[in-house]
Design a protein around this ligand. Structure first.
Ligand code: SAM
Length: 203
């Protein structure tokens, strides 16, 4: 299980997270646009969608139209800010049967996990999905990650976020039974945050 971070689970964490963290409406909607773009290209319309972890349900308004949306997060504080259907649970042990959802979205979690935890989480995201999994990660080929590797950018103290090579991520998906079919990034090579789409091909 991932180390619980009190910034997500502590008193008032959800209220704080739901507050205005983005510089502009355009940056606020960026993740949703990435996910919807990949869904357009690689997903099928409608069906059920799991948003895990959902946080405060930031992506819900974009993902919900025409789909049966379910939010999952381990933080009660985050879930308290979500509207609609929600479940408290662990990404590393999702409380659903195999092949349960048409689409599974995992936004802004993987870069907080070490390689073994990431592998396990991807295994679970793929296990409960019968269609496409869309996840964000920090791309090790981004300028941001490169500067950090070269020591040109000092990591903030206690900043444990990790960039991952695309090949390692692809291997995680492959071993879980999914094939990487596309990527999307709003500022390719600049922004570390990148999205990957993987279609489930069976176990
Ligand atoms: C950076 S937030 C992202 C939330 C949302 N996906 C978004 O983009 O706004 C990370 C979320 O992951 C949740 N989380 C972290 N580890 C988790 C785990 N192992 N299982 C379930 N939720 C987890 C936290 O509670 C937090 O809400």
């Amino acid at each position: 299980m991932a180390r619980a971070q009190t910034k997500w689970t502590g008193e008032g964490a959800g209220r704080h997270y739901a507050g205005d963290r983005f510089r502009s409406p355009r940056s606020r909607g960026r993740d949703a646009r990435m996910v919807l773009g990949l869904l357009d290209r690689h997903g099928s319309p409608g069906g059920s969608i799991l948003d895990a972890p959902s946080g405060t349900g930031r992506l819900q308004a974009a993902l919900e139209p025409g789909r049966e949306y379910l939010a999952l997060d381990y933080s009660a504080s985050m879930l308290a800010e979500c509207g609609g259907e929600r479940v408290q649970g662990e990404v590393h042990a999702l409380p659903f049967p195999d092949d349960h959802f048409d689409t599974v979205v995992c936004c802004r979690l993987l870069h907080h996990l070490g390689p073994a935890e990431r592998h396990q989480a991807i295994g679970e995201l793929v296990r409960v999905c019968k269609g496409v999994v869309i996840a964000s990660f920090w791309d090790s080929r981004s300028w941001h990650a490169l500067r950090r590797r070269k020591g040109l950018r000092r990591a903030r103290q206690a900043d444990t976020r990790l960039a991952v090579p695309r090949a390692a991520l692809r291997a995680d998906f492959e071993s879980a039974g999914a094939r990487v079919v596309g990527h999307a990034a709003s500022f390719r090579y600049l922004s570390p945050q990148t999205f990957v789409a993987a279609t489930v091909h069976g176990r």
